[in-house]
Design a binder for this molecule. Structure first.
Ligand code: 8YV
Length: 332
């Protein structure tokens, strides 16, 4: 453990909210990214060679090649984000580097965005707005048969991943009259199931074939990579919609694009993509896809809360305690 008197060198890979950066400057020897340029793999290697702590985000690939070049002082990777699929946890553990994340504080914002997509796709919100704003169009006025979408109330929502965010989505969806179904590694506690009136499906395949809307809310791990594979996507009803605010890698994106364009799936609301920032162009051109640039947790309050969690994790670690949001590789 470094001397208590020496401020730890904390290298932050992206620009964070001002209030967080100010506090980091006070507490740590903070090296900040003023102009928010994404760091290259070479920059990241340089950072782990010099720092006591690295604070990466989802845009940084902290893989084996980076971690294995870490200097002797690097003791902590304090991720600014909940998902840790950007970090090679096994290599970090082998090098005795602690990894922390920021769970809990982005649950409600991400669930709001999920709900927004659950409403936006079947009710054709972005398609209708784009129509009105396009100067080539002249709206002829209301019509009883124009821009019809699908009713939300009474439909079946299948949530994949019933953790904090999945449950927060279920609470909202229930209030909109959706019937809640879910698939999870483990069945959730009985009182939670009762509160949400949720039906558990041990078989993801069976659930998929019966849902009207499917929402992906599980982390990306080796076990969930392409969980919605080409085979499973084909189980969906042609009238069904998919929403993903978790990680693009959980869905076979090429196959999803193909099935949407061939009208084998009714549409998708996507906040995340398999090869961010690249997006399959077939998804972008489809009227039946609502695409967002990974902004599920993009509220000012959420980003400040995430920054505070990062600070608490670093501070506790250097005060000699176990940081509250320590990530154990077995959890993922
Ligand atoms: C964050 C997220 O914006 O926390 C996560 O896992 O997906 C996002 O909401 C991002 O990860 C920040 O690094």
């Amino acid at each position: 453990m470094p001397q208590a008197t020496k401020k730890p060198v904390v290298i932050v890979t992206r620009k964070l909210p001002d209030v967080i950066e100010t506090r980091m400057r006070e507490l740590f020897d903070a090296r900040l990214n003023e102009d928010d340029h994404p760091m290259s793999q070479a920059d990241l290697v340089e950072a782990v060679r010099e720092g006591d702590v690295l604070v990466p985000t989802v845009t940084d690939r902290i893989d084996r090649a980076v971690i294995s070049q870490a200097g002797p002082n690097l003791r902590l990777i304090a991720n600014f984000g909940t998902g840790v699929d950007n970090i090679d946890l096994d290599t970090a553990r082998n090098r005795s580097i602690t990894v922390t994340n920021t769970p809990g504080v982005l649950t409600e914002d991400t669930a709001d965005m999920t709900m927004a997509l659950i409403l936006a796709v079947p009710r054709r919100l972005t398609e209708a707005t784009a129509y009105l704003k396009d100067p080539r169009n002249q709206w002829a006025g209301w019509s009883p048969t124009w821009m019809l979408g699908q009713r939300i109330f009474g439909k079946r929502l299948g949530i994949i991943g019933m953790g904090r965010i999945g449950q927060a989505v279920a609470r909202r969806a229930k209030a909109f009259g959706l019937q809640i179904h879910y698939h999870n590694r483990r069945r959730v506690a009985e009182d939670v199931e009762q509160e949400l009136e949720a039906t558990y499906w041990e078989s993801l395949d069976q659930m998929l074939a019966r849902m009207d809307i499917v929402s992906v809310n599980c982390p990306h791990t080796p076990a969930t990579y392409h969980l919605l594979s080409a085979r499973r996507l084909k189980l969906l009803k042609p009238t069904s919609f998919i929403v993903n605010t978790a990680r693009g890698e959980v869905i076979d994106e090429n196959e999803l694009a193909r099935l949407i364009n061939s009208e084998s799936i009714a549409g998708a609301g996507l906040d995340v993509f398999e090869h961010e920032p690249s997006i399959n162009p077939k998804l972008l051109v489809s009227e039946r896809v609502v695409a967002l640039p990974h902004m599920g947790s993009a509220t000012l309050e959420g980003r400040v809360d995430m920054g505070e969690k990062v600070i608490i994790n670093i501070k506790t670690f250097f005060d000699g305690h176990a940081p509250p949001d320590r990530v154990h590789p077995a959890m993922f």
